[in-house]
Design a protein around this ligand. Structure first.
Ligand code: SF4
Ligand code: SF4
Ligand code: FES
Length: 404
C-alpha cells in the first residue's frame, strides 16, 4: 500500500459557486487505478464527489477523465504510474498539470503529504454537469447520431444473416473496438477551435460503416462527410486522439482513411489534401527528393491534362500559392532553379534504385497497417489458411471489448 494525494477539479452547481480544486489523501496499492483512488475518497471522505463509472475494467467507457492533463479512462490508469507521471511533470516544468485558476480546498498547500498531487479533471470540450461528470449527450452522442451509425444496405434483407468474407472486415475491426468513452473528443484540438467539428469518435464510427462491405451508401456517406465544412477536412492531423484513445482505435487514422476514400471517389477536397498527397507520392517516386515547386504544380494541375487544361480552381490556387514561393526567393532562402517546377535536382541513380525498391515493396504490400491484425506477415502458414485458421482480429496486448 502507498499514500497518494489526488487533486480533483470539482464543480457543484447546486452550491452556486464556481469550480475549485480539492485534495484527498488515499491509501492503496500502486497497481490499483486512479478510479479506485477516487472511489476511496468518495467512500471515506466525501460522498458528494461525483464520478461516473460502471465496469472498472476499460470496457463500458463510462469513466473518461483527464489524469495529469491527459484524457484517458480512470479505471485503466494505474495510480502508481499516474504518480510517476505527476512527479516527472513537476520535475520537468516545476508545475503540476493543475491550472491555478481556481481556489484549492482541503490541504493548504499544493504539495500533499504524499508528494506531488495526481491531478484529475473532467474531460475537455464538454460541459461539466458535476465534478468529473460531463454532458456527453451534447458533444458526443449528438455527433455519433450525425454520422448515421447503422448499416444502410440496399435490397431485400437476406433470409438469414449477411455472410461476409472475414478478410473484408479486417479493415474496420479497429474502428469497431471503440467503447464510446469520449477521451478522443476531450483531447481534440480542432474541436476546441471549432465545437461544430464532427470529431474523432463520430468520424471513426463513420469509417466503421463506410468500410463495411454490407453498406450500400458509401458514396452518399463520403459526400456528406466531405462536404460538411465541419467534416473530415476539419481535422488538423494533430495525433492527440491517437494518444488519448484507450482502445487503440486511432481515430485520426480512420479520418485519413475516409479522406483517402473520398479522394478515390473524386470528391472535391476544399484543401486539395488528396491531390496534394498523390502529388507528394509522385514527386518522391520521380526524384527521391522533394521538389516543392513541382509539388505545388502537381497538387493543383496534376499530370499533362491538368497542365493543358487547368481547372479554374487549379489556376486560382496556383496563383494564391505564388507569394509562398516568392517570399523565400526574395529572402534568398531558395535559389531560382528551386522555385521553377521540375528544375530541382533529384537523387543520384544508385540512390534512386533504393527509392524505387521502397515503392515496389509498398505496392506489393498495399494492405494498410492495422493494429488489430496480430503477428507478422507470413506468420500464418498456407496450410493453416486452407484449414480455415484465421488471423486474430483482437488487438494485440488488449483485452476483448464490447465490439460496438
Ligand atoms: S488528429 Fe484530428 S480528430 Fe484527432 S485530435 Fe487532432 S484534430 Fe482532432
Ligand atoms: S475512439 Fe477511442 S477514445 Fe474515442 S470514444 Fe472510441 S474508444 Fe474512446
Ligand atoms: S468504469 Fe472505466 S471503462 Fe468502465
Amino acid at each position: 500500500m502507498a499514500e497518494y494525494t489526488i487533486k480533483v477539479r470539482r464543480f457543484q452547481p447546486e452550491s452556486g459557486e464556481g469550480p475549485y480544486w480539492e485534495q484527498f489523501e488515499v491509501d492503496l496499492d500502486p497497481s490499483l487505478s486512479v478510479l479506485d483512488g477516487l472511489l476511496q475518497a468518495k467512500d471515506k471522505e466525501d460522498g458528494s464527489l461525483a464520478v461516473r463509472c460502471s465496469c472498472r475494467a476499460a470496457i463500458c467507457g463510462s469513466c473518461g477523465m483527464k489524469v495529469n492533463g491527459q484524457s484517458t479512462l480512470g479505471c485503466k490508469t494505474q495510480i502508481g504510474e499516474a504518480q510517476e507521471q505527476a512527479d516527472k511533470m513537476v520535475g520537468a516544468t516545476g508545475v503540476s498539470a493543475a491550472v491555478a485558476d481556481s481556489p484549492i480546498r482541503g490541504e493548504g498547500s499544493d504539495l500533499g503529504s504524499a508528494g506531488n498531487p495526481i491531478v484529475i479533471e473532467p474531460m475537455g470540450n464538454m460541459p461539466v454537469i458535476k465534478d468529473l461528470i460531463t454532458d456527453m449527450e451534447s458533444t458526443h452522442w449528438t455527433k455519433i447520431r450525425r454520422v448515421t451509425p447503422w448499416l444502410l444496405p440496399h435490397g431485400e434483407p437476406p433470409e438469414r444473416e449477411y455472410v461476409v468474407d472475414p478478410e473484408s472486415m479486417i479493415d474496420i475491426t479497429q474502428s469497431m473496438a471503440c467503447i464510446q468513452c469520449g477521451a478522443c473528443v476531450s483531447s481534440c484540438l480542432s474541436m476546441e477551435a471549432d465545437p461544430d467539428f464532427i470529431g474523432p469518435a463520430a468520424l471513426a464510427k463513420a469509417y466503421r460503416f463506410v468500410g463495411d462491405p454490407r453498406d450500400a451508401e458509401t458514396q452518399e456517406r463520403l459526400h456528406d462527410l466531405a462536404e460538411d465544412p465541419h467534416g473530415i477536412y476539419d481535422c488538423t492531423h494533430c495525433f492527440s486522439c491517437i494518444d488519448a484513445c484507450p482502445k487503440g482505435v486511432a481515430p485520426m487514422d480512420q479520418i485519413m482513411r475516409l479522406r483517402r476514400k473520398a479522394g478515390e471517389e473524386g470528391i472535391e477536397d476544399p484543401n486539395a489534401g488528396h491531390a496534394h498527397e498523390m502529388a507528394f507520392v509522385k514527386v518522391i517516386e520521380k526524384k527521391g527528393l522533394l521538389d516543392e515547386a513541382l509539388l505545388v504544380q502537381e497538387s493543383y494541375a496534376p499530370g499533362v491534362k491538368g497542365k493543358l487544361k487547368p481547372s479554374k480552381r487549379g489556376l486560382t490556387e496556383t496563383i494564391k500559392s505564388l507569394p509562398t514561393i516568392l517570399r523565400p526567393l526574395r529572402k534568398r532562402k531558395v535559389k531560382l532553379r528551386q522555385a521553377i517546377p521540375g528544375l530541382h535536382h533529384g537523387l543520384p541513380k544508385d540512390e534512386m534504385n533504393d527509392v524505387k525498391s521502397i515503392y515496389k515493396h509498398a505496392e506489393e504490400h498495399n494492405e494498410e497497417f492495422n493494429l488489430y491484425i496480430k503477428g507478422e506477415e507470413g506468420e500464418l502458414a498456407e496450410d493453416d489458411v486452407e484449414k480455415g485458421i484465421e488471423r486474430s482480429t483482437e488487438p494485440a496486448g488488449q483485452e476483448a471489448d464490447s465490439g460496438q
